[in-house]
Design a protein around this ligand. Structure first.
Ligand code: NAD
Length: 481
């Protein structure tokens, strides 16, 4: 299997004919080659996007919306094959890909197909001065969308759908580790009536093709989701060129559990927020802080629940936890687990490599819970991004808040309490872009999504995304005689 680039409506080989190997996490075997593109391929894609822009940006809103809706339907009609491809490429349970990733990719297109029909610009009447201002919101032109491997199609479409809805042409790059469903989506878009050149998908390494997208002078905005260090590098390249930037970066999210919460609901949800997608979701609650009065009970119940999770082949319907995405990521996660003793941590369960019979070379790890005694340790300060959580007790609301905020990240936080005033106080003071109270990862696509501190710059979602992907221009008319 060869995963090529999609440029100007055609699947084509990279200009230099260089390729990268792609591996299947469930068995560690090579299964596809991927275009290893570079600056020359980016130039070619930009030429295609430039020629397509005039026509696409002048399509009526109704027509653009109709095409995005066609894409949503096509994704849904191919749900089974897309879910299978996602699971094979990423190692996530097939059931999760079929229930969450692929439906959400369709939802992203459906949502922005609707949102663009409701998106309006402002007008300001300067009363007494016989002046009216109105704002035009035109597409930016050519925009770059770069996405990570953890929710491949889900996050790829989260960027592309609003960029296209707003009338831009897109140069998009999925992660080189999980490129499969983006390639399939490229074909779906063409079959759904998206004109050629409007969406160009380039494959390859971040350091070559990714960097070339960010540097290209005709790509005027970059929407990036990925690691904090990569985000800093992208910002350093893009800022002197005055590009618009949206950066959705890493997280180290706190989960604050108070004695007065709905215990069973909290326990079930905390299991999910810790280990869904092998703990490889930027929103996973990786630091669990529990009020001391229920700490021992929680510790026992949680560890027992974690031990009952099934680690297995992604296609097995009984599997709760599939394979990690790559061997190098597995090794990185393992290094953090191994540092537990020297960081003051005690492993309560898991953290060892799991061998699945018949798939011995797959990247499996038993989910790991580590009890720690100080929030300053590396396990609580650095993003591990795997099936690993830490537990620590707290004695007061103030201490819980200090622990939650004492970290460089600020993506999301969860609060478990039935005390309304406490939930309001904490929601106000938690330093994060998103706070969940008595829930986790419930998403309404109209809400602003993103992080503060080292977790990012800007917000996506709803009209925030459409504002990002448009350039406002104010027109001021004086109509006095
Ligand atoms: P990564 O930063 O290594 O890569 C992300 C993408 O950027 C890939 O497509 C990669 O090829 C590309 N890239 C790498 N270097 C580049 C460069 N110099 N210029 C341009 N592009 C470059 O991240 P990852 O390992 O794929 O994903 C995991 C990270 O993503 C975690 O830190 C996670 O928290 C974060 N994440 C954040 C969110 C969010 O919404 N905030 C969502 C999902 C994942």
């Amino acid at each position: 299997m060869q995963i090529q680039n999609i440029i100007d409506g055609h699947s084509i080989d990279p200009i230099d004919n260089r390729w990268i190997d792609v591996f299947e996490p469930a068995n560690g075997k090579f299964y596809a080659t991927l275009a290893n593109s570079n600056e020359a391929d980016v130039n070619k894609a930009v030429e295609a996007a430039e020629s397509a822009f005039e026509e696409w940006s002048n399509f009526t809103i109704a027509k653009r919306s109709e095409i995005l809706m066609n894409i949503a339907h096509a994704i849904e009609s191919q749900l089974d094959s897309l879910a299978a491809a996602e699971s094979k490429d990423n190692g996530k349970p097939l059931s999760l890909a079929a229930k969450v990733d692929i439906p959400r990719a369709a939802d992203n297109f459906r949502f922005f197909a609707h949102a663009i029909t409701q998106f309006a610009s402002e007008s300001h009447e300067s009363i007494g001065l016989k002046t009216i201002n109105y704002t035009l919101r035109h597409p930016i032109g050519i925009v770059g969308c770069i996405s990570p491997w953890n929710l491949p199609l889900y996050l790829f479409t989260w960027k592309i759908a609003p960029a296209l809805a707003a009338g831009n042409c897109v140069i998009a790059k999925p992660s080189e580790i999980t490129p499969m469903t983006a390639f399939l989506l490229g074909k779906i878009c063409l079959e759904s009536g998206l004109p050629k050149g409007v969406l160009n998908i380039l494959n390859g390494l971040g350091s070559s093709v990714g960097q070339a997208i960010v540097s290209h002078p005709k790509i005027k905005a970059i929407s990036f989701t990925g690691g904090t260090q990569t985000g800093a590098q992208i910002a350093a390249t893009a800022a002197p060129k005055f590009k618009k930037l949206s950066l959705e970066l890493g997280g180290k999210n706190p989960n604050l559990i108070f004695e007065d919460c709905d215990y069973d609901k909290m326990l079930n949800t905390t299991l999910r927020s810790s280990f869904s997608n092998q703990g490889q979701i930027c929103l996973c609650g990786s630091r669990i802080f529990v009020e001391r009065s229920i700490y021992n009970k929680f510790k026992t119940d949680f560890v027992n629940a974690v031990k009952s999770l099934n680690v297995g082949h992604p296609s097995d319907p009984q599997t709760d936890i599939g394979a990690l995405v790559s061997d190098s990521h597995l090794q990185k996660v393992k290094r953090y687990i191994d540092m537990a003793p020297s960081e003051g941590g005690k492993i309560l369960c898991g953290g060892d490599i799991k061998i699945i019979s018949g798939f011995e070379e797959g990247y499996y790890l038993n989910p790991c819970v580590i009890e720690i005694d100080n929030n300053a340790c590396r396990l609580n300060q650095e993003e591990i991004f795997g099936p690993v959580v830490t537990l620590m007790p707290f004695d007061s609301e103030k201490e819980a808040l200090d622990l939650a905020n004492s970290v460089s990240y600020g993506l999301s936080a969860s609060v478990w309490t039935n005390n309304l005033n406490r939930s309001m106080r904490l929601s106000e003071k938690l330093e994060s872009g998103i706070v969940w109270v008595n829930t986790w990862m419930q998403r309404d696509l109209r809400t602003p999504f993103g992080g503060t501190k080292d977790s990012g710059v800007g917000r996506e979602g709803g009209f925030e995304a459409l504002r990002f992907f448009t350039e406002p221009k104010n027109i001021c008319i004086n109509y006095s005689d």
